[in-house]
Design a binder for this molecule. Structure first.
Ligand SMILES: Nc1ncnc2c1ncn2[C@@H]1O[C@H](COP(=O)(O)OP(=O)(O)O)[C@@H](O)[C@H]1O
Ligand SMILES: [Mg+2]
Length: 353
């Protein structure tokens, strides 16, 4: 997804100038002409960075800045204030109100460009750090809970099965069966948690990415055979890709999880394509595309979170595991989707040096 920048300036020409430059740099751009409008846009569009003019009617930049920085939901969005040349007070006041950086007016667009890039990079690093820490803490907690749950669950399952076998009254037999089903669902979840623990150790060695893709595809084809669905898997891989440092087993798990989601997203009949190709920036892209149910914009933000699932029988750990594995490879994963149309998951690998 492209980073989104919000440009706030009451001067239409400034707004246009900045927006044009930022669009050229490859960002999504939102615009607002005063502080109040900016706050509304922040809520509606969740920008990754804000360029904020100071002198504006209705609500000035400082007031907008104070409100942004006193709200937990918007506090971490970096803000660059645009201040008049030499007005030291402006800069001090802006920085004290929580701005991350300032740019003097009249500004050079090249400088704006560089500062935006640098702040976005810092924000991406911070987000990644926060996520890694969150995942580690969560992992420990989940592991503890799984450990505590396992024994009682075995007991409940065992007893329910005995009740089921000894019972003749249909109603009670049904109750016992429902208990067994629920236990099985929890057992699947524990299995996934074990899987998660296993992938926590990564051993990287140089290999051919096509081998992993082909192995995962083979597994998914076997999985499809066990389903009552008509799904074709098309594979189109680049010839002799440069070697990549990878953990073969873990990477296969990651790709299988992505493919499995594609299968599950297709209701009856559909197509999955798996491609690999070199990108301009020397990386190797692997794209997995399906024409299944797709994911809405709100959901997409959450799909990597543990236990996030839209499925009755889902554990919601498939993509959490996947994310972790891809991160351990120093690679990137992005998801693009249109609700009702389909989904594309892209993995980006850096060739081994
Ligand atoms: N290819 C896809 N098409 C549609 N939805 C998807 C796709 N991949 C993931 N999702 C959504 O993301 C959620 C989380 O996926 P995952 O972590 O694998 O958990 P689970 O598959 O157990 O639900 C899924 O429940 C689904 O809503
Ligand atoms: Mg899944």
């Amino acid at each position: 997804m492209k980073p989104r920048v919000l440009v706030v300036d009451d001067d239409e020409q400034n707004r246009a100038l900045l927006s044009e430059k930022l669009l050229l740099d490859g960002y999504d751009v939102e615009r607002a002409s005063n502080g109040a409008e900016a706050l509304a846009k922040v809520n509606a569009a969740a920008p990754d960075l804000i360029l904020l003019d100071v002198m504006m009617p209705v609500m000035d930049g400082y007031e907008a800045l104070r409100r942004l920085k006193s709200n937990e939901a918007t506090r971490y969005i970096p803000v660059i204030i645009l201040t008049g040349r030499g007005e030291i007070d402006d800069k001090v006041q802006g920085l004290e109100a929580g701005a991350e950086d300032y740019i003097n007016k009249p500004y050079s667009l090249v400088e704006v460009s560089a500062r935006v890039r640098s702040l976005l990079r810092m924000r991406a690093l911070q987000t990644r750090l926060r996520e890694t820490e969150k995942m580690a803490a969560l992992g420990e907690m989940v592991d503890g809970i799984a450990h505590e749950v396992r024994n009682p669950l075995t007991a409940i399952g065992g007893m329910a099965r005995r009740l089921f076998e000894g019972e003749t009254a249909p109603q009670r037999k049904l109750y016992a069966q429902n208990i067994i089903k629920s236990v099985e669902r929890l057992e699947r979840m524990l299995q996934r948690i074990d899987e998660y623990k296993r992938i926590l150790t990564t051993t990287l060695s140089v290999g051919d990415i096509n081998n992993v893709i082909n192995a995962a595809v083979k597994e998914i084809e076997e999985f499809i055979e066990g389903q009552e669905k008509e799904i074709t898997v098309k594979v189109n891989l680049m010839q002799e890709p440069p070697p990549v440092r990878m953990d073969y087993k873990n990477l296969k798990v990651a790709m299988f999880n992505i493919l499995q989601n594609s299968v599950e997203a297709i209701e009856n009949k559909g197509e999955i394509t798996v491609e690999s190709f070199p990108a301009i920036d020397q990386t190797i892209s692997v794209k997995i595309t399906d024409n299944g149910c797709g994911i809405s914009k709100e959901e997409i933000r959450k799909i990597f979170n543990p236990f996030q699932t839209s499925k009755l029988e889902g554990a919601g750990l498939g993509l959490t595991i996947c994310y972790r594995i891809i991160q351990d490879h120093g690679s990137e994963i992005t998801v693009d989707s249109v609700k009702g149309r389909g989904t594309t998951v892209t993995l980006k690998f850096h060739p081994a040096r």
